[in-house]
Design a protein around this ligand. Structure first.
Ligand code: ASP
Length: 323
């Protein structure tokens, strides 16, 4: 049977104008490394869940992405990470929010799914669980990244918070209007993966540092099952990226699944309605990656670009950044 893996490294103001050749190369390599890691799992008979976690670990370890090592800074100058996984074969899910000092948050989300008896752990409780399961404490230095730090310093005394790869800043209320422009020129992002394995099972995962200068305790859409992450063998597996407050309110990932389940829409039609119509009307910027149980895939975004890639058993493979 066929298999398919899709990944993303964030959506936002990603245009040729803000990228030089060297940066394009770095993203291309970063995305390909992650695709190769997930592909190796799938081609070796591994499951969609194993491939999703393997691909996301590579992205978390790469500081150009806003997850794990490259996580952005909060209002308090800390790195607080969110992550989730969902297994479409049995609707099992695991998520963590506001976690610090864990090298690979996606592995902790998987551990929560497998061994906590719960779905969602946050903050100190998630950390306590992690250390009780043998996860190592990773010092703050590991997560320090000069460009992310500078990005935070520019807005830390304001009430603004910022999508990692967006030039405008977002006020801490929605909808946001009349915001200062061009405070930052960053171009890094949240990461995610979705896969369909040779057994026809689906899985999805998302991992993020959230948004620069986010409030202490702020949780975005990424770890919220149904908002930023969702998988169901009957419909699709989805990982989202973008302005989390809107993705939460629009329950984006589950909405796509519902359109497929209850209205019989195709994967592409369902993604288009949610991202290009419903989310736009609400004012939300971002996108998603998706696969269905037939190996169909979609990349759908309403922002200028999205770091993304695909590799499947037919030998198709690509990475792309722009529209
Ligand atoms: N969705 C993430 C959040 O709001 C941010 C991102 O996708 O870059 O936390």
């Amino acid at each position: 049977m066929a298999f398919t893996l899709v990944i993303h490294g964030g959506a936002g103001n990603i245009t040729p104008a803000i990228m030089n050749k060297e940066q394009e190369k770095q993203y291309e390599i970063g995305l390909k490394d992650a695709l190769n890691s997930g592909y190796k799992v799938l081609s070796g008979g591994g499951t969609a869940m194993e491939a999703v976690v393997a691909a996301i670990c590579i992205l978390e370890d790469n500081p150009i992405f806003n997850a794990g090592k490259g996580a952005v800074f909060t209002k308090k100058g800390l790195n607080e990470m969110d992550a989730a996984v969902m297994d479409g074969s049995n609707l099992a899910a695991g998520a963590i929010a506001g976690v610090r000092n864990i090298k690979n948050p996606i592995k902790l989300a998987q551990e929560v799914m497998l061994h906590s008896g719960h779905v969602f752990l946050s903050g100190n409780g998630a950390a306590e669980f992690a250390f009780s399961r043998g996860f190592e404490f990773t010092p703050d230095d590991y997560f320090f990244n000069k460009s992310r730090y500078d990005q935070w310093v520019e807005i830390r005394d304001s009430d603004f918070y910022q999508l990692d790869h967006k030039e405008d800043n977002l006020k801490g209320t929605v909808p946001n209007t009349e915001l200062p422009q061009n405070i930052s020129n960053s171009k890094f992002g949240t990461v995610g993966a979705a896969a369909c394995d040779e057994y026809g099972n689906l899985a999805a995962g998302t991992s993020t540092g959230g948004m620069t200068n986010k409030r202490f305790g702020r949780i975005g859409d990424s770890p919220v099952i149904g908002a930023g992450t969702y998988a169901n063998n009957k419909t699709c597996a989805i990982s989202c990226t973008g302005h989390g407050e809107y993705f939460l309110r629009a329950v984006v990932a589950y909405d796509v699944s519902c359109l497929m389940e209850y209205k019989n829409l195709s994967l592409q039609d369902a993604c288009k309605i949610v991202i290009k119509d419903k989310l736009v009307k609400l004012g939300g910027e971002g996108g998603l990656i998706a696969v269905d149980a037939n190996g169909n895939f979609d990349f759908c975004f309403n922002s200028a670009g999205m770091y993304r890639g695909m590799r499947n058993s037919k030998g198709d493979e690509f990475v792309a950044f722009y529209k």
